[in-house]
Ligand binder design. Structure first.
Ligand code: HEM
Length: 168
């Protein structure tokens, strides 16, 4: 590396003495083995990792639309409870009650001990309706973590929090 002081502009110029690596004209970018590729190989076949299952969401159902809905819709409506219902931290949900809510129009799931009303969210789910409905009316923690342990259900569904699951 060469460092020169440019008197005219009163700044330092940093020049690399290493020649820039030129890419062959027909080389692929990102490289076939790069993590920037959706599949692990460049030939369209599945790599060693599971291929991502992207679904086409209906117009108005992007993650930004979900954020907007959360900022505008009354919270009790997202929870699916009466405005006078006790706050979620005081509500306990039995496993039998959880099982009652397993349809597209009335759907609850439990993630890490917290029960969420996912009815308003299912159409916004980037992994698709069929996938998220696999956790309808039951504990979805294992499935949730299998597909995206990096996603925060607490944040995504914070206004849909119904209450804590009862131990028995
Ligand atoms: C119940 C609450 C759930 C929430 C809040 C949720 C949220 C999300 C979010 C935010 C993404 C996008 C992740 C990303 O692009 O990085 C996603 C993708 C996905 N979800 Fe879920 N999800 C839930 C449940 C489930 C369940 C139960 C399944 C499977 C049975 C599932 C399967 C998937 C799949 C396959 C994808 C696509 C993954 C990919 O892009 O590689 N999700 N979900």
């Amino acid at each position: 590396m060469i460092v020169c002081f440019d008197v005219q502009h009163e700044s330092y110029l940093i020049t690399s003495i290493f020649p820039r690596k030129k890419m062959a004209p027909n080389s692929l970018f990102p490289a076939p083995s790069s993590a920037q590729r959706v599949s692990g190989s460049g030939d369209g076949t599945a790599g060693s990792q599971r291929q991502r299952q992207k679904v086409v969401l209906q117009p108005g159902h992007s993650p930004l639309d979900w954020a907007h809905l959360n900022n505008t819709k009354p919270k009790h409506e997202l929870r699916g409870v009466a405005p006078s219902a006790p706050p979620p931290q005081y509500t306990r949900v039995s496993k039998d009650e959880l099982k009652q809510h397993k349809t597209l129009t009335d759907c609850w799931t439990c993630i890490n001990g917290k029960v969420f009303n996912i009815t308003p969210y299912v159409d916004f789910h980037p992994g698709g309706v069929d996938e998220i409905m696999k956790c309808a009316g039951r504990d979805g923690t294992a499935l949730f973590n299998k597909y995206h342990s990096w996603v925060s259900a607490d944040r995504m569904l914070e206004n849909c929090f119904v209450g804590f699951i009862k131990d028995n």
